[in-house]
Write a protein that binds this ligand. Structure first.
Ligand code: SAH
Length: 213
């Protein structure tokens, strides 16, 4: 198929601009080729504003949600960011465009390997990928200025708040196994503030502090 991905990408970005005001996030979405993070049979849908299936019954997030979650971290370029749930690696790439260093953890080895190949091929040198361990997140790399969880949790896991730096932001879908509210949690001194960014639907976060497998 001879598809003009550039035209499709430009149309998606036009739609995103209606709701996403951070131009740095918009231009990262313009730079990262989402089709490369998809299996061949769905690549033609890469710039539809929808989540799509990837391997292992998981999903690549909807571009609008990727942009919204990234915007919520308010990145300036120097930050250390943790992503929980690498999946395809697309959100990882968007973060790597905008932060200083990105650590991403994934519990499915096959996804981790395929994300690693795609991100390597695109030439990123500020990403560290790890297999998920029993403790949620990646405490060895803490503290983080931002944490993005790309799977839904029943409640905010205290272990992730612990991995946030002072003033750090955690963006996480919290709710039932099937629908969640996207929360932004900011850690200041010993105070935690929580904002609801809207409804969303993610695959479950599988962990001792979240859902059972
Ligand atoms: N950001 C990804 C989203 C993938 S779906 C993308 O846009 O492609 C969420 C991912 O979270 C799945 O790949 C799932 O395997 C992973 N996941 C679930 N629980 C996890 C945990 N405790 N630690 C790390 N990854 C987890």
């Amino acid at each position: 198929m001879n598809q003009d991905f550039n035209a499709d990408r430009a149309e998606l970005v036009r739609q995103l601009r209606l709701e996403i005001k951070d131009e740095k996030v918009i231009s990262a979405m313009e730079r990262v080729p989402r089709e490369l993070f998809l299996p061949p049979d769905t690549q033609h849908l890469a710039y539809e504003n929808m989540p799509l299936p990837i391997a292992e019954g998981q999903t690549i997030s909807q571009p609008f949600i990727v942009a919204l979650m990234t915007e919520a971290l308010d990145l300036r370029g120097e930050e250390r960011v943790l992503e929980v749930g690498t999946g395809s690696g697309y959100q990882t790439a968007i973060l790597a465009e905008l932060a200083g260093w990105v650590v991403s953890v994934e519990r499915r080895q096959r996804l981790l390997e395929s994300a690693s190949r795609t991100l390597g091929r695109l030439g990123y040198t500020n990403i560290e990928l790890h297999p998920a361990q029993e403790t949620l997140g990646w405490p060895e790399g803490a503290p983080y200025d931002g944490i993005i969880v790309t799977a839904g949790a029943p409640k905010t896991p205290p272990g992730l708040i612990d991995q946030l730096a002072e003033g750090g932001k955690l963006v996480i879908p919290v709710g039932s196994r099937y629908e969640q509210k996207l929360l932004r949690i900011i850690k200041r001194k010993d105070q935690i503030s929580t904002e609801n960014l809207g409804g969303c639907r993610f695959v479950p976060l599988i962990a001792r502090e979240a859902w059972a497998d």
